[in-house]
Design a protein around this ligand. Structure first.
Ligand SMILES: O=C(CO)[C@H](O)[C@H](O)COP(=O)(O)O
Ligand SMILES: [Fe+2]
Length: 220
């Protein structure tokens, strides 16, 4: 199984974002956290900033929308050319229609679930999406502690993906670092978002390589 490391620019220097994305060129994708101060109690940036990032980033964009009314706004991020657009299932009135609208515009579609949201209702929709993001912290802020109680959701997802022979990426986001990435890999994740564990280090390239090695060692 291929392991992907997606550094989150939530922990980067917001006034030097071009430089910050250039520093992580050895990663797979750049994880871009869009927050609206409504779905989560924090505010980052919107389509204008994501469009500019898209034009300067050396690696593709993995957009994580933490915004209300995802049905209305998510397709626009696909139109900007993002590689993947993930919206929260809790914030969408019609998950399938929104995923289809993202795919129709040429991006991979993802659904995200908060730690308290059960995964069972979405297991039968896996053919409609390209990735599922299991939040391993409450969305809104970087630097929080990994919640191991979310791991049964990954196991259920991995089992369903295998059973149906699907190629759906399983992503974890929040508190992913050298001491936790193996737990998530063992549970079935293949795509790892890390903010502070990458940008908090002097050598971001070294951090990416170490995280990749630790995840690969626990992937089966
Ligand atoms: O979606 C997010 C927060 O809602 C971020 O992607 C995530 O928290 C990354 O930060 P860290 O790796 O420091 O936990
Ligand atoms: Fe995120």
């Amino acid at each position: 199984m291929t392991v992907r490391i997606n550094p989150s620019i939530l922990s980067a220097d917001f006034v030097n974002l071009q430089h910050e994305v250039e520093r992580i060129a050895t990663a797979d994708l750049v994880h871009v956290d869009v927050m609206d101060n409504h779905f989560v109690p924090n505010l980052t940036f919107g389509p204008q900033m994501v469009g500019r990032l898209q034009s300067v980033s050396p690696i593709p964009l993995d957009v994580h929308l933490m915004i209300s009314d995802a049905d209305r706004w998510a397709p626009g991020y696909a139109e900007l050319g993002a590689f993947s657009v993930t919206f929260h299932a809790e914030a969408a009135a019609d998950v399938v229609a929104t995923a289809r609208a993202i795919r129709d515009r040429g991006s991979r579609a993802g659904i995200a679930v908060k730690p308290g949201t059960p995964i069972e209702p979405y297991l039968e929709l896996l053919h409609e999406v390209d990735q599922v993001l299991v939040m391993t912290v409450e969305p809104g802020f970087g630097g929080q502690s990994f919640m191991p109680e979310t791991m049964p959701k990954l196991r259920a997802l991995r089992e369903a993906v295998r059973a149906h022979g699907l190629d759906v990426w399983l992503q974890v986001d929040g508190g992913i670092a050298l001491d936790t990435i193996g737990i998530a890999a063992e549970a079935g994740a293949d795509t790892f978002v890390a903010g502070s564990a990458v940008y908090g280090r002097d050598s971001v390239e070294g951090a990416i390589a170490e995280l990749r090695a630790a995840a690969t060692a626990h992937t089966h």
